[in-house]
Design a protein around this ligand. Structure first.
Ligand code: NOJ
Ligand code: CA
Length: 570
């Protein structure tokens, strides 16, 4: 009897703890949620760490590297799609949303990863490919089986435009991002289905409430397993025009894939997508989760829309406009920072990912790449907002494009070779040690390892105090502990300087000055502090990419080529 009573008390305690865990995380004194000060880190699972030596990265591999990520200062990982997939687009063609690709492990491995992450205070986010599925997904298999199948309306099916030759005339002129018409004729039922990306990636019909319900349930299912949120893939193409109007064609020139250039007004950015995001956010809020958006935009008004009018859509729409600045241009970075600062939103910074060329090469001049890597890190990791890193940038991994067409793994590279080599170059295996295959695997990895791995790898860089890796580690520590870097407002300085980007982060009388020389020559600047009502006699160096003195005269500072200096004003 007594035992039973004790057992029920224990159950009650367990239940109470579990429900406590479901409760909202506390906000900090400034009302900021955990993710606002977190550093996110994108992992491309195929290339991160291979635990069973089959040449393919996997979930146990990620789990084994959580201690490394904790040491580095990462608070949350976003894993690019790890669901079962025929791999037409390396995971972005999901055939089962409720499982793990056997190449990467099992659901039990995912549970272990989440639990181990929890012990180390690292949250796990997944990639939610919500706009389209794989053509091997049972939903699509059913949908294509007959015109009357209950899942027919889960995808976008239309008759050919011209009734006299329906199989030759796609319903609209919309083109696929990967080339050709965005419609594929399916002879079995004599209709076309819509795919914004590859033909084996049919778009879901989000106008159908059953689709919304099923997809929202996917997120609920993963939240129950302890997933802390999702990166939402390709949200801008979630809806197409309900009247199926043709896009206007611009000029007579063709694009790189040989298609007419269109103004994508009917196949992109339809207003209905915001309703879905609002409702998806509600589900996220109920689960204390965070949504990151793959939000490609061309101006701040578009980006602002993704936050939602009442901050009720995506908490973290990534600002990709920053990544389109492909040169070390203080005026352009300043403008971009001013845009988001002026919008009143919480910025989300990103320099690269699995679709964007590696930052090391994009900004590197071929001679000072290491300094430039530190410079760019010092820029985006000292700004107000949340940062999303891409695996390997912290060790200076470089772009490693395929050399021969037969080596290309990304369909984009296969279609576009030799002009377009695809995205393999930014997806090569993580470099852990200076031994065979950079310690990623004992067998040849699915993509070749960068030949600079003997120097650029975690183990060797950890030992070198001047390495890019140790710089990142110190920078992330600073970002997590310095109140001005955590909470401070952004104040732009010397705004007409074409070579040096300088700003202050200011919080309750504590000021951190960041000075970034983006030019290839030494620069002397007089930071406009008094003009901005900041009283300071000198600056105490917190971190610098050169041999700076402990105390710097902040009336006039000389910064070496591509040098970065971060200091506390006193
Ligand atoms: C966005 C993903 O980031 C990209 O890698 C993929 O190719 C497209 N979605 C299409 O699936
Ligand atoms: Ca493996």
């Amino acid at each position: 009897m007594r035992r039973r009573a004790i057992a029920s008390v224990l159950v009650l305690i367990l239940l109470a703890t579990a429900s406590f865990a479901q409760k909202k995380d506390a906000l900090d004194s400034e009302g900021h949620a955990w993710w606002q000060h977190a550093v996110f880190y994108e992992i491309y699972p195929r290339s991160f760490a291979d635990s069973n030596n089959d040449g393919i990265g996997d979930l146990p591999g990620i789990t084994s590297k959580l201690d490394y990520l904790r040491w580095l200062g990462v608070d949350a990982i976003w894993i690019a799609p790890m669901f079962p997939s025929p791999e037409v687009d390396w995971g972005y063609d999901v055939s089962d949303y409720f499982n793990v690709n056997p190449d990467y492990g099992t659901l039990a491995d995912m549970d272990k990863l989440v639990a181990t992450g929890k012990q180390r205070n690292i949250r796990v986010l997944l990639d939610f490919v919500l706009t389209y599925t794989s053509d091997q997904n049972p939903w699509f298999q059913e949908s294509r089986s007959s015109r009357t199948n209950p899942k027919r309306e889960w995808f976008i099916w239309r008759d050919g435009k011209d009734a006299s030759q329906p199989e030759k005339t796609p319903p609209t002129n919309w083109t696929s991002l990967f080339g050709g018409s965005a419609w594929r004729f399916d002879a079995a039922t004599g209709q076309w289905y819509y795919h914004y990306f590859y033909p084996p990636q049919p778009n879901l019909n989000w106008r159908n409430p059953e689709v919304e319900k099923a997809m929202f349930d996917v997120t609920r299912w993963w939240y129950k397993r302890g997933i802390a949120g999702f990166r939402l893939d390709a949200v801008d193409v979630m809806f197409v025009d309900s009247q199926f109007r043709d896009n206007p064609v611009v000029g007579t020139e063709k694009n790189a894939l040989g298609d007419p250039v269109e103004r994508e007004i009917y196949d992109k950015n339809q207003p209905e997508l915001h309703g879905v995001l609002q409702r998806l956010r509600k589900v996220a809020d109920e689960n204390n989760a965070v949504l990151i958006g793959e939000t490609w935009t061309s101006d701040i008004a578009q980006l602002k829309r993704y936050y939602g009018e009442h901050n009720d859509e995506v908490q973290m729409p990534m600002d990709f406009m920053f990544t389109t600045i492909n040169k070390l241009s203080p005026p352009e970075f300043r403008h971009q920072i001013d845009w988001i600062e002026g919008s009143g939103e919480w910025p989300v910074w990103v320099l690269s990912n699995h679709d964007i060329r590696r930052v090391y090469d994009r900004y590197g001049d071929g001679q000072h790449n290491d300094q430039i890597a530190k410079l760019m890190a010092s820029l985006y990791l000292t700004l107000r907002g949340t940062a999303v890193m891409y695996y390997g940038e912290e060790i200076g991994m470089e772009q490693n494009d395929p050399k021969r067409p037969e080596d290309v793994k990304d369909s984009q590279g296969r279609l576009g070779w030799p002009k377009e080599k695809g995205r393999d170059g930014e997806r090569t295996p993580m470099q852990w040690t200076d031994s065979t295959n950079a310690g990623f695997s004992t067998v040849a990895p699915w993509l070749p390892v960068d030949d600079r791995y003997k120097t650029y790898n975690v183990e060797s860089e950890k030992k070198d105090p001047e390495s890019i890796l140790n710089y990142y580690q110190k920078l992330l520590t600073l970002r997590h502990t310095n109140p001005a870097l955590l909470e401070g407002k952004y104040i732009a300085l010397n705004e007409s300087d074409p070579n040096v980007l300088a700003f202050v982060r200011s919080y309750k009388g504590e000021n951190v000055l960041v000075v970034l020389n983006m030019s290839s020559s030494g620069q002397t600047i007089k930071p406009e502090l008094t003009q901005n009502a900041i009283a300071a006699k000198e600056g105490k160096t917190l971190l610098s990419s050169f041999n700076a003195r402990e105390e710097m005269n902040t009336n006039e500072m000389t910064i070496p080529p591509f040098g970065a200096w971060i200091g506390e004003l006193k």
